[in-house]
Design a protein. Structure first.
Length: 50
């Protein structure tokens, strides 16, 4: 029973974390397709500039 509890807790924490990484990756991919270029070094999330 405790093994199932541990697995459930791991899924409860890892699941949303993985979901957020996938969502951010899809968002970045969509923005890059819209712009038609690689935006890796274009946006600084702290200042909003290059």
């Amino acid at each position: 029973m405790s093994v199932l509890l541990v697995i459930g807790v791991i899924i409860a924490f890892v699941g949303p974390l993985a979901w957020s990484f996938v969502a951010v990756g899809k968002r970045i991919s969509a923005e890059e397709k819209k712009e038609g270029r690689d935006l890796t070094n274009e946006i600084n999330p702290f200042t909003g500039g290059k």
